[in-house]
Design a protein around this ligand. Structure first.
Ligand code: PEP
Length: 250
């Protein structure tokens, strides 16, 4: 039985004051039974989030990490630094990192290895563009993204990776994949992992892309959708908690 997981990706949003209100709204509502809930603020606010979340059931994660351990890498943040400020999780290979900052499949794979080596749980984002979907390449693109990571990580350790399927055309666009489209890709991902020798039944596969409180229940009723990676809706305590509650109900 895979425990549901809901992750809030705040992207480059927030301030000390706005975060305090949001975190307070999340941390004081108590635990969401049967669901792991994680927030991923920008780097400068991780410490703030960790302090507020300490003693609550909320986990904290980074949005990115360096492949390097330490040293002369200006602007980089290492896995051990994330651990040091209370993170247990880290998002890796978000489509915005891939498209805006040139992260390749190989770099993403190296980051997943760096996270696992340090003891962080990586949330590996995969997903196709609209052009790739329209060309009938969605499954091939996603499987290739997974293959690169699998090759670097190995089948045994891949069970510690969370996969987030995020069709690029659904991120921040208000256009969600239908539950059928999402379920079909999640099944494809699980089957691919199993065919590759991974205990795919143990891997949590999240859906991400314009998830809202109203659309979440239908998504979570699909058998291979184990939770969500939430962007915009994670910036409002009420909607994020409703999504978490929807996960708990399934
Ligand atoms: C994301 O940033 O991973 C995401 C899915 O964003 P949104 O929910 O806003 O589409």
């Amino acid at each position: 039985m895979r425990k549901k997981l809901v992750v809030g990706n705040w992207k480059m949003n927030g301030s000390l004051a706005r975060n305090a209100a949001l975190l307070d709204g999340l941390a004081t509502r108590g635990a969401v039974e049967g669901v792991d809930v994680v927030v991923c603020p920008p780097f400068p606010y991780l410490q703030q989030a960790s302090e507020v979340c300490r003693g609550s059931s909320l986990g904290v994660g980074g949005q990115n990490l360096s492949v390097f351990k330490e040293g002369a890498y200006t602007g980089e943040v290492s896995a051990s630094m994330l651990l040091d400020v209370g993170c247990a999780w880290v998002i890796v290979g978000h489509s915005e990192r891939r498209s805006l900052f040139g992260e390749t499949d190989d770099l993403v794979a190296a980051k997943v290895v760096a996270a696992l080596d340090a003891g962080l749980s990586p949330i590996l984002c995969v997903g196709e563009t609209l052009a790739q979907r329209d060309a009938g390449q969605a499954e091939a693109v996603v499987c290739e993204q997974l293959r690169c990571v699998l090759q670097a990580v190995g089948v045994d350790r891949f069970v510690d990776v969370v996969v987030a399927y995020e069709p690029v055309w659904a991120i921040g666009t208000g256009r969600t994949a239908t539950p059928e489209q999402a379920q079909a890709m999640h099944r494809e991902v699980r089957t691919y992992l199993e065919r590759s020798g991974v205990a795919g039944g143990k891997v949590r596969i999240l859906y991400g892309g314009s998830v809202t409180a109203s659309g979440a229940p239908q998504l979570f009723s699909a058998p291979d959708i184990d939770g969500a990676l939430v962007g915009g809706a994670s910036l409002v305590a009420e909607s994020f908690l409703s999504i978490c509650a929807a996960a708990a109900a399934h």
